[in-house]
Design a protein around this ligand. Structure first.
Ligand code: 2BA
Length: 109
């Protein structure tokens, strides 16, 4: 068995949850926060048989979109030590960050 951890944007999480359910994929959704942007995202945990990993990844790939988001860069100082105020920087986020791990034991007690 494998454990799939998928970090996705909040905008895609409802549809991903529905698509997993429709396709018989069992999942747990956790509210999470990205370390870089410090914005909310969603982390899905999926325990599944080895032969279903590709199907799960295909679903994630189909549902989760790449988006450009603007963040405020920290203030910088130029050569003359004049301060520049915060300015927006575009960052490409997603579709999804996916980890696939081996499961040593799986038990429902
Ligand atoms: P965040 O950490 O908030 O990162 C959001 C986006 O900011 C990233 O999109 C990436 O485009 C950019 N970014 C992140 N760290 C950066 C850095 N040090 N310098 C420049 N740009 C940076 P994604 O790569 O699609 O990541 C989306 C979210 O997935 C991340 O949100 C984080 O929550 C998670 N994630 C990504 N890589 C991870 C990893 N290796 N381990 C754990 N979580 C990860």
């Amino acid at each position: 068995m494998k454990l799939i951890i998928a970090i996705v944007q909040d905008e895609d999480s409802k549809k991903l949850n529905e698509t997993f359910t429709k396709n018989g994929v069992r999942s747990t959704r956790l509210a999470s926060t990205g370390g870089f942007m410090r914005a909310g995202n969603s982390t899905f945990i999926v325990g599944t048989e080895n032969n279903k990993v590709d199907t799960v990844i295909d679903i994630i790939e189909e549902v989760c979109k790449t988006r450009v988001q603007s963040i405020m860069a920290p203030p910088t100082y130029d050569f003359n030590f004049e301060m520049n105020l915060n300015y927006p920087v575009d960052v490409e986020v997603g579709g999804a960050t996916v980890f696939v791990l081996d499961i040593e034991q799986f038990k429902k007690i």
